[in-house]
Structure formats: structure tokens, C-alpha cells
Write a protein of this length. Structure first.
Length: 96
């Protein structure tokens, strides 16, 4: 079972899905220079201007963070943060 490194130690009961969502929101905010509070995990990532190059880079960073090999098309196959994070937890059995 993969263990996530939770960067916010203040919430030790954060679920794996929530931890991945938080990480993706933070990364998307940095990559696209947008306020993280404006990111809705249920909205398609393309709504925020995520292009294919940024998506592949984001997946690569996610691979490094989770120490997993992921499909480069992850964010196109699962186009919302909610869908991608749920898929990762179910498919790869990650936990916090």
C-alpha cells in the first residue's frame, strides 16, 4: 500500500482522496498562476487553461510525489481533480 506524504500535518485524518485533491489544487494553482480558492475539483481541468504540456508535467510531478508510474494521459482520461484523485486511490490503493 502506497503511503502519501501529507504536506499539511495539521489534518492527520485527511483521506487519501482529499490529500491528492489538495496536492493537485496546489500544483495547478502554481502551474497556472491562479488562486487555489478558485479551483473547483469537480470542474474540468481545461476550464482553468490546462494544456497538454502542463498536464503531462503535472502527471510527472504526481508520479514523483506518489512514487508511482502513472499514464501520461491520466488528466485527460480523468479530466477533473475529483475523478483523477478517486481513480488513483482505487487503482493504486494509496493511503495517507
Amino acid at each position: 500500500m502506497q503511503q502519501l506524504q501529507n504536506s499539511s500535518s495539521s489534518n492527520q485524518t485527511e483521506s487519501p482522496v482529499t490529500a491528492i485533491q489538495s496536492w493537485l489544487v496546489s500544483q495547478l494553482s502554481d502551474v497556472l498562476s491562479i488562486d487555489s480558492s478558485t479551483i473547483d475539483v469537480k470542474q474540468p481541468l481545461t476550464r482553468y487553461g490546462l494544456d497538454s504540456i502542463d498536464a503531462v508535467t503535472l502527471v510527472g510531478d504526481l508520479e514523483d510525489w506518489l512514487d508511482l508510474e502513472l499514464p501520461s494521459t491520466l488528466l485527460w482520461d480523468y479530466p477533473t481533480i475529483e475523478k483523477a484523485s478517486t481513480y488513483l486511490v482505487q487503482e493504486f490503493d494509496v493511503s495517507v
